[in-house]
Design a protein around this ligand. Structure first.
Ligand code: C2O
Ligand code: CU
Ligand code: CU
Length: 513
């Protein structure tokens, strides 16, 4: 919708909400539900031309040191961005005013990332999906003061995947990400060079960082949340790589999209307006064993998927988000985006497409973790929007102690009426089952974030094979960032057998490299 329409409409919206509440209190439930339908759903379908060229985040070039270490320089910047036509918006970015560059490195690389905080407030930078020591993780304990530079380094030792980085400042993660500080970290595996997948960055291998925003009249970001939304800010404008109403011009017959839900709260249910199928080739932290053909794919905040889409010459197709299945009751479903539909990205094809090689039938070997190898099952109850197992996040408390060189099952149950998801630092997991049933095929690869609508139980299995350190914890949390900020997060340490862990973690901002 245009700006002039939006603001009067927003006022009307609020009025209706108040009135609906009154009706509810009178118990006129059916009337209430039917009145909801119009005002509570957002859609941009048919409103924009989708003609702005999709911006592609630049690749950041590393300096390679004498011993072969790749050193990347990142800097948090506060600046102004042209996100919406005719206005400028104050935003944050990394090496630029909005979002960050893409880091690309190989499995086996030694990397160091110099992260300078050029903002005037403290923040952190977390490598979401990365397997690395806790003090390099960039979680809430690795704070970077204004003007300081944090220099984490590690060896990349995990499968090829699409990871990302974002601030993780306790209590402020949602705000810092919403302002625009985030970027992709792509891991390539030199052993997979012969696998026939589209891999030319910006040509047939395209990042899609999908975010929703809401803007004030003057172009500034609107931080208000609807009174009724439990999840957080649900914007009515969608940006992809920071581009509003974007179009991608395809020059090849197959295009690989690395899709990241970098929203703080919104769940997307991706698919095409002509209902064409696409091949899902990767989940959060790795390629799948084989492509899975789908026509809808739902991603919650923090999740990634790699899709391959087949184009015909002259094609003109719209990537959309259809109504997501949030599994909540009718009222919460409506007020948390369950009825929202958006156009996301228009994809047009050249008249002469370069023919891509066919997708291989098999991609990589995904070694299945075996349930009998697990030494323990840990239970996690998602029991409110600010706690796990009844406890709110405490930076000084260690919630779980895990012995190194073990395999564990984590059983996560959503006992709350709201949608949540569950993300683990350090490890990649496999989903054993969802409410007792085998996971669907596209969820049978490596994951680090899993969706949990109300009532659902998911059992995960993971190996904790290294990086023991009794004094610096890793996080697990809901990746709906308002929930995380409000305390829906806990901490685990990995220890050598027989190690004492401190009763309280002290000097929690002292654990910088
Ligand atoms: Cu993407 Cu602990 O987060
Ligand atoms: Cu993470
Ligand atoms: Cu949550």
């Amino acid at each position: 919708m245009s700006k002039d329409q939006r603001f009067p409409a927003a006022g009307l919206h609020a009025g209706w909400r108040t009135r609906r509440l009154l009706l509810l209190s009178l118990g006129i439930l059916s009337l209430f539900i039917s009145a909801c339908g119009v005002a509570s759903s957002e859609s941009n379908v048919g409103e924009h031309e989708f003609d702005s060229p999709l911006s592609i985040p630049a690749l950041v070039e590393p300096e390679v040191s004498l011993d072969g270490q790749k050193v990347f320089d990142l800097e948090f910047v506060a600046g102004e961005s042209d996100l919406m036509p005719g206005v400028t918006t104050e935003t944050w970015g990394i090496n630029g005013s909005y979002l960050g560059p893409t880091i690309r490195a190989d499995r086996g690389d030694d990397v160091q990332i110099n992260v300078r905080n050029g903002l005037d407030e403290v923040t952190t930078l977390h490598w979401h999906g990365m397997h690395l020591p806790a003090r390099m993780d960039g979680g809430p304990h690795q704070m970077i003061q204004p003007g300081e530079t944090w220099e984490p380094h590690w060896t990349i030792d995990q499968p090829a995947a699409t990871l990302w980085f974002h601030p993780h400042m306790h209590g402020a993660t949602a705000e810092h990400v919403y302002r625009g500080a985030a970027g992709l970290f792509i891991i390539d595996d030199p052993d997979l060079e012969d696998l026939a997948l589209p891999r030319e960055y910006g040509v047939d291998d395209i990042p899609l960082i999908v975010q929703d925003k809401q803007f004030n009249d003057d172009g500034s970001l609107d931080f208000s949340t609807g009174m009724m939304s439990n999840l957080g800010i649900l914007g009515d404008e969608i940006l992809v790589n920071g581009t509003h109403a974007p179009r991608f011009q395809a020059s090849t017959s197959l295009v690989r999209f690395r899709v990241l839900n970098a929203s703080t709260a919104r769940v997307y249910n991706f698919g095409f307006d002509d209902n064409r199928t696409f091949d899902v080739i990767g989940s959060d932290t790795g390629l799948l064993a084989a492509p899975v053909s789908m026509d809808r794919l739902q991603l919650s905040p923090g999740e990634r998927a790699e899709l391959v889409v087949s184009m015909a010459p002259g094609d003109d197709v719209m990537l959309r988000s259809f109504e997501p299945d949030l599994g909540m009751d009718a009222w919460n479903d409506r007020t948390n985006g369950g009825r929202d539909t958006f156009e996301i990205l228009r994809i047009t094809g050249d008249d002469d497409l370069v023919a891509s090689p066919d997708l291989p039938d098999e991609l990589v070997e995904v070694t299945e973790l075996e349930e009998p190898d697990a030494v323990a099952t840990r239970q996690f109850s998602l029991d409110s929007s600010q706690s796990i197992n009844g406890e709110s996040m405490d930076m000084g408390r260690i919630d779980e102690v895990i012995e190194v060189d073990t395999t564990e099952i984590w059983e996560i149950t959503n006992e709350h009426g709201m949608l949540h998801n569950f993300h683990d630092h350090l490890i990649h997991f496999q989903i054993l089952d969802i409410d007792g049933a085998d996971p669907p095929e596209h969820l049978r690869g490596w994951k680090d974030t899993v969706q949990l609508p109300p009532g659902r139980t998911v059992r995960l299995i993971a190996e904790f094979n290294d990086y023991a350190d009794p004094t610096v914890p890793f996080m697990y949390h809901c990746h709906i960032l308002r929930h995380e900020d409000r305390g829906m997060m806990g901490q685990f340490v990995v220890v050598e057998p027989g190690t004492d862990v401190p009763d309280r973690l002290e000097n929690t901002d002292d654990h910088q490299h």
